[in-house]
Design a protein around this ligand. Structure first.
Ligand code: SF4
Length: 252
């Protein structure tokens, strides 16, 4: 078991990428926060200006909205959730927020996986595209939000749209609330989570029935997209330097 204090120190002292040298004045790395016994972890993209000044994750406008939507569906953001970021330092250009690069995401991967292990949870909510891509960079959020998958044979995951998207397009708020409601059924319901695996193709939604291929991450593929996806999977494996996915059919 990874001790939480140790991983917090690891993150706050980390110099694995250039981001720590390009922080605005008074900004600091933002390690995960853990309640005593979380039900699940949230993985977000990266701290913003508010988070990096206070050293706490998910306290900016998006984090506040996500916490409010969680409370709406019966989740306690304070007691049930370990809050973690894909990248722990504020990615910025001259102090303005930007998305973390692939190099920065890869550099912070050990911190991410160590913090997930320290949370000691079986369920992980992936918030936004960067978090989805920490699991599977060959997938799009529009195809996968609200779907269940398996990460490294360790965690049941569900991607959801980043709450910041609803500031531009308010209809995303209802979609996120719907996905969170489904998440509570899965993470709190006590059923076998594999019962919730989608029976359509993750790319086109076509129901494959008997012909559906199921990959090791629990995702379904129709014949056409199964053939196309094999190369993307190989690239994924090389990118992360460890086995994430394999083109085989596994019995779930
Ligand atoms: Fe280390 Fe992550 Fe900060 Fe880069 S972003 S310096 S890897 S904590």
């Amino acid at each position: 078991m990874i001790e939480r204090g140790k991983i917090t120190r690891q993150v706050t002292r980390c110099t694995n990428c250039q981001l720590c040298h390009h922080q605005p004045r008074d900004a600091k790395p933002v390690p995960a926060t853990f309640p005593k016994s979380p039900i699940f972890a949230v993985v977000g993209e990266a701290p913003g200006p508010d988070e990096s000044l206070k050293g706490r994750p998910f306290i900016g406008a998006s984090g506040k909205l996500l916490r409010a939507l969680m409370s709406d569906v019966g989740i306690s953001p304070r007691d049930d959730v370990a809050w973690i970021n894909t990248v722990s330092c504020f990615p910025n250009k001259d102090g303005q927020i930007r998305s973390p690069s692939d190099v920065e995401t890869l550099a912070c991967r050990t911190n991410l996986l160590d913090q997930l292990a320290a949370a000691e949870v079986g369920y992980v909510l992936l918030v936004g595209a960067k978090a989805l891509h920490a699991w599977r960079s060959d997938l799009l959020l529009k195809d996968t939000h609200g779907q269940i998958g398996i990460w490294l044979e360790a965690w049941v995951v569900m991607p959801i749209t980043h709450p910041a998207a609803s500031f531009r397009k308010p209809s995303f708020k209802a979609e996120i609330r719907r996905d969170l409601k489904r998440w509570t059924d899965i993470a709190y319901g006590g059923d076998d989570p594999l019962l919730y695996l989608d029976d359509g193709c993750v790319k086109c939604g076509v129901s494959g029935g008997e012909a559906l291929h199921r990959d090791r991450d629990g995702l379904g593929w129709c014949n056409k997209h199964w053939e196309k996806s094999k190369h993307a999977w190989e690239k994924e494996r090389q990118k992360w330097g460890r086995r994430l996915v394999e083109p085989l059919t596994m019995e779930f």
